[in-house]
Structure formats: structure tokens, C-alpha cells
Design a protein around this ligand. Structure first.
Ligand code: FAD
Length: 416
């Protein structure tokens, strides 16, 4: 790892960074690999890193049709947490949070994890009941989760409108102190740099157009840069996964929806937690630059278009102003949408699918950024051993035939 003094940094800046090393090699496809990962988002890059680091596989490639992190990994609102309801979900998302807690050191790259805590605020007895159940479930699963009274919750968000005239009065909520945010680009770039240093080929502008099988096993893929031989494929292509699986005749229970996000002009520090209102679904945090980053629920019309519709923008913004009327004075700087891959039980799909040698990691919907280290860890385990890790087993596609669904939307009633 190259080190820079202040003077050499200044010199680099003045000379256009001519001798600045590339963070990851710009690789071209080789004719064959031991394993190929389709999708250069966080999950695909983390998979490559853990395959190389923990399973000693280095003849591997990550194929990305655009630029790495250009999908949902670079479009999300960066919330990390593990306050889910079902034990299977808590195990999965808390593995991710624990890996996040050591990630900057592991990758030698600052992913800017900020464990500022998250408050899920309840406004009705029914919502308090949900919070109570989640807090109990988390504590039973050995994860930090705490039920808060109205007074405790209000103290966490002093600027919020919690007065007697507030439309959404705080009754209390659930608090997870280890939750927070991380820098999304840094997560993608950190995994890419570390994987590349271990010998992984990261190939951008390379679209996979077909998957070929022989004797019931994967043999070859077609890409926009030519064919590649491989007998192990991991697909981490989010909403594009059903289209890729159609090449091998497998239909996935995934629908794609637009999910929007918003960023205000920067202001001085005024919110040092992540706050979600169960009453409106709107959530908000303040970035290190001072911008308020906020979002809410899905646009409820299936789409592949990366833009959102106006009524949802209005509802989410109204939700923010219900929380903080003072934010009505702020200018909105940016708004965008990503296409998220939603499974009917709101839990991801991880495991073998279709022909031998093919594994999927998708269906993260509105909440897969927080899961990136675990998603990569588990897909790497599958690709290297051909077997499920005990944490990924419940998320196998077969739950749609056994009926053992993990209905997190019903269980915890929250997104992100
Ligand atoms: P992606 O990052 O989408 O990567 C998939 C990659 O596959 C893409 O780069 C794509 O170009 C590539 N690809 C597709 N087809 C092909 C092909 N044929 N060949 C080669 N490459 C291909 N999650 C949270 O945990 N917390 C949040 O606060 C949060 N907020 C969100 C806010 C918004 C507005 C959005 C849109 C999402 C949010 N999410 C959040 C969800 C989260 O962003 C995603 O679940 C996560 O990033 C998925 O990562 P991924 O690696 O699976 O997919």
C-alpha cells in the first residue's frame, strides 16, 4: 500500500495525478475462469473478495455491464442495521453488521461506517406492539435492540415535532445503537480494490448475454466481450437476475419496483441518528457533508425505469415535513431512483438455482446495502463448497415449494 505525505499529495494534485496508482486493475476477459460472478455491485464484489481471501480461489472474474457500484449499490441511502424480526433474518443481517464493523480495517479502506444508532418511531399502540415484538426477538437472538418510551425516543431527535399538536405523536419506538450508515461507493471500491489485489479480474462494460449448459451443468457464458468457459457462476445482478435466469429456464419470484431517494442542501449538524417513522414510512439521516438524505416506500408499480413518480415524491417529502416542519425551509438538491428486486416475502434469495454450478444472491429489495458483507460471504461459501452455510440455508429458493417463507414485511413492517 502506497503512502503519501502532505507534500506528495499536493504534488499529485498539481500534476493531474499522473503517477497515482489505479485502485483496481482494468482487466480484460480471459477464455476461462474457475468461477464467474455476474454483477459488479456490492454483493458481487464482496463475493469475489471472500472467494479469494477465504477460499483461495483467484482464477475468478466479476463481470459488470456498466461501471462497478453503478446499480443500486451506488443509489441507496446507506442505512445499516440488523433490527429484523425473524431469527433467520437477524442472523443474516447481524452477520453483515458484524462484518461491517471490521470492514475498514479488513479492506484497509475507510467505508465510513457511522454507528450513530437508529430509532424506529411508533405513533399508535399497534406500532408499539410491533416494536415490542422486534425488540424481544432481537434480544432473544442476542442482538442489541431496545424498546424506548416516548420521552427516551424524543430525546434522540430533539428537532423533531413531538409536541401535542404533532400529527404523528411519538409513543416510543425501537432503538438499535449499533445501526447507522456507511459510505456506499467506498464499500464497492474497497471490495474491488482488495479483490483485485488478490488477483480477481474486475471487468467493467462487459454484459452477460447468455448462459449455456451441458448435461445439466453450467459450461459457458456469452458476453458482450466474447465467450467465457466456467463451471461455476454466481449471479448477483439484483433486478436483472430473473432475466439472466430465464436463459436457463428458471423463473424467479421477483418483481422490480422503483425506490426513490432525496438529498437536501447541506446544513449544520442537526440530526445524529437514523430516524424512521412507522406512520409514514419516511426515514432520514444526515450525511457527513450535512445533507439530509431521506426516502420512503416503493413506487407500487412494477418497472425497470430508474426514475420515480411524482405522487410518491410528494408523499415522502410530506412525511419528512411531518417529522421536521423546520426542514420545509431547505432546498432539495437531488432526487433519483433505483430499481429494486422484491421477493413476495421480502427476504432475499440465496442458494443454488437451476443447473449444477449456478448460484444466486438477489431479491434484496429495499434493504440489501446493509447486507453486502454477508451476501458476499455466503455466496462465496456456496461457490467454493457447493453447500449452504447454515445462515443462508433458510433463504434458499426452495422455501417457495416448502412454504417456509420468512415474511419480514409482515414481521417487522419496515423497509430499508
Ligand atoms: P446492484 O448494486 O444493483 O448490482 C447489480 C449489478 O449487476 C449492477 O451494477 C448491474 O449493472 C449488473 N448487471 C445487471 N445485469 C448484468 C448483466 N447481464 N451482465 C453484467 N452485469 C449485470 N439498502 C439498505 O440496506 N439500506 C438503505 O438505506 C437502502 N436504501 C436504498 C435506497 C434506494 C433509493 C435504493 C434504490 C435502494 C436502497 N437499498 C438500501 C437497497 C440496496 O441498494 C440494494 O439492495 C443493494 O445495493 C443491492 O446490491 P447488489 O449488489 O445486489 O445490486
Amino acid at each position: 500500500m502506497m503512502r503519501y505525505s502532505a507534500l506528495s499529495l499536493l504534488k499529485q494534485g498539481m500534476t493531474g495525478h499522473r503517477s497515482w496508482p489505479q485502485a483496481w486493475r482494468k482487466a480484460s476477459p480471459k477464455p476461462a475462469y474457475d468461477a464467474v460472478i455476474i454483477g459488479g455491485g456490492g454483493h458481487g464484489l464482496a463475493t469475489a473478495y471472500y472467494l479469494a481471501k477465504h477460499h483461495g480461489m483467484t482464477r475468478i472474474a466479476v463481470l459488470e455491464k456498466g461501471w462497478i457500484g453503478g446499480g443500486n449499490t451506488g443509489r441507496n441511502t446507506t442505512v445499516c442495521r440488523s433490527n429484523y424480526f425473524y431469527p433467520e433474518s437477524v442472523a443474516l443481517y447481524d452477520l453483515a453488521l458484524r462484518l461491517y464493523e471490521g470492514l475498514s480495517r479488513e479492506l484497509n479502506y475507510n467505508v465510513m461506517l457511522s454507528q450513530r444508532g437508529m430509532l424506529i418511531a411508533a405513533h399508535t399502540p399497534a406500532q408499539m406492539e410491533i416494536c415490542n415484538r422486534i425488540a424481544n426477538a432481537m434480544q432473544l437472538n442476542g442482538v442489541d435492540g431496545k424498546l424506548m418510551t416516548a420521552r427516551e425516543a424524543a430525546a434522540k431527535v430533539p428537532l423533531a415535532d413531538t409536541g401535542p399538536d404533532a400529527r404523528y405523536r411519538l409513543m416510543g419506538g425501537i432503538w438499535q445503537g449499533r445501526a447507522g450508515t456507511a459510505r456506499h461507493d467506498a464499500v464497492a471500491w474497497g471490495y474491488a480494490r482488495a479483490a483485485s489485489a488478490l488477483g480477481v479480474d474486475i471487468i467493467e462494460n462487459c454484459e452477460v448475454t447468455d448462459i449455456e449448459t451441458k448435461g445439466g451443468a453450467v459450461r459457458r457464458i456469452e458476453t458482450s466481450l466474447g465467450p467465457i468457459q466456467t463451471d461455476r457462476i454466481g449471479i448477483a445482478a439484483a433486478g436483472a437476475t430473473p432475466g439472466l435466469m430465464a436463459h436457463v429456464g428458471v423463473q424467479l419470484p421477483i418483481h422490480d419496483y422503483a425506490l426513490q431517494a432525496f438529498v437536501s442542501e447541506p446544513v449544520k449538524p442537526c440530526l445524529d441518528t437514523v430516524l424512521l417513522y412507522l406512520g409514514t414510512g419516511t426515514y432520514v439521516s444526515q450525511s457527513d457533508k450535512g445533507e439530509l438524505v431521506f426516502g420512503g416506500g416503493l413506487d407500487r408499480v412494477p418497472t425497470h425505469g430508474q426514475r420515480g413518480n411524482l405522487p410518491v415524491q410528494e408523499a415522502i417529502t410530506a412525511g419528512l415535513l411531518e417529522m421536521f416542519p423546520a426542514f420545509g425551509q431547505l432546498k432539495l438538491l437531488r432526487q433519483w431512483a433505483g430499481v429494486v428486486d422484491v421477493v413476495p416475502d421480502s427476504s432475499p434469495l440465496i442458494g443454488p438455482a437451476g443447473p449444477e454450478g449456478l448460484y444466486i444472491n438477489c431479491g434484496w429489495g429495499t434493504g440489501g446495502f446493509k447486507a453486502i458483507p454477508a451476501g458476499g460471504w455466503l455466496l462465496a461459501h456456496l461457490l467454493a463448497t457447493g453447500q449452504h452455510h447454515e445462515i443462508s440455508r433458510p433463504f434458499d429458493l426452495d422455501r417457495f415449494t416448502t412454504g417456509r417463507l420468512i415474511d419480514e414485511a409482515a414481521g417487522s413492517g419496515i423497509a430499508h
